[in-house]
Design a protein around this ligand. Structure first.
Ligand code: ADP
Ligand code: 5GP
Length: 215
């Protein structure tokens, strides 16, 4: 990222990207690959009361906290949005978003449809992507093959997916995660194209346009 020496502000404003998908679609897999492909893309690490899955690390996938701590953070208004998903609380930290935006970094949020609605009300320029599996049956297969959730948890997530998918119309972009490589490429295209949006380039262009005044 290049900085403007005059005021130390980054030339480009960072964007906020939301990715939502029914659990098991492949969102975490695609996000992991996207982050390797695209530089300057931060990931918002949410707070959750869900227990960690095998292989998950505190501070990497999530900050794993107790219900009491989550409530304290809610009371202190630390979350830009929060929601109850599959019986657990999940929340996005205001501070993380602000820090990244101030540094001119893009931030990626993996949040559910309720959280996205709340966020979009507060930050309307949010860029949103809804990921879908090729079919319900394929989603079921992916959840089972992941071997990370108990059968009753899988059943709950599958049931929730029926409602979640109905929200696809509220998103800016739709990607079907059929072939992994194609889906990652599509995500990359969206993130890179957003960097040229007027909102992101405005600061720089205003400086340039000043040089055209008078004379
Ligand atoms: P989510 O984060 O959406 O809950 P995961 O990234 O954990 O989902 O993926 C769920 C399972 O599906 C994993 O076992 C993953 O390897 C697999 N998977 C992801 N993308 C694809 C794909 N395009 N085709 C087949 N399997 C996939
Ligand atoms: P998982 O438990 O599988 O990691 O995530 C379950 C769901 O919670 C996913 O749909 C994920 O997008 C959502 N989620 C994760 N973090 C947040 C958050 O901070 N806010 C909201 N609203 N949803 C979240």
């Amino acid at each position: 990222m290049r900085f403007d020496p005059a005021n130390k502000l980054p030339k480009r404003r960072g964007s906020i990207f939301v990715i939502s998908a029914p659990s098991g679609t492949g969102k975490s897999t695609l996000i992991q690959r996207l982050r390797i492909l695209v530089r300057g893309l931060a990931f918002s690490v949410s707070y959750t009361t869900r227990p960690p899955r095998a292989g998950e690390k505190n501070g990497r996938e999530y900050f794993f906290v107790s219900r009491a701590e989550f409530k304290q953070r809610m009371a202190r208004k630390e979350f830009v949005e929060w929601a109850e998903v599959h019986g657990h609380h999940y929340g996005t930290s205001w501070q993380q978003l602000q820090k990244a935006q101030e540094a001119g970094q893009d931030v990626l949020l993996d949040i559910d449809v309720q959280g996205y609605k709340k966020l979009r009300r507060r930050i309307p320029e949010t860029v949103s992507v809804f990921l879908l599996p090729p079919s319900f049956r394929e989603l079921e297969k992916r959840l089972r093959h992941r071997h990370k959730d108990a059968p009753e948890v899988i059943a709950k997530r599958l049931e929730a997916s029926r409602k979640e998918v109905a929200h696809w119309k509220e998103y800016d972009y739709l990607i079907v995660n059929d072939r992994r490589a194609t889906a990652v490429q599509a995500l990359r295209d969206i993130v890179l194209a957003a960097r040229w949006r007027r909102e992101c380039q405005e600061r720089r262009v205003k400086e340039i346009s000043k040089t055209f005044v008078g004379g």
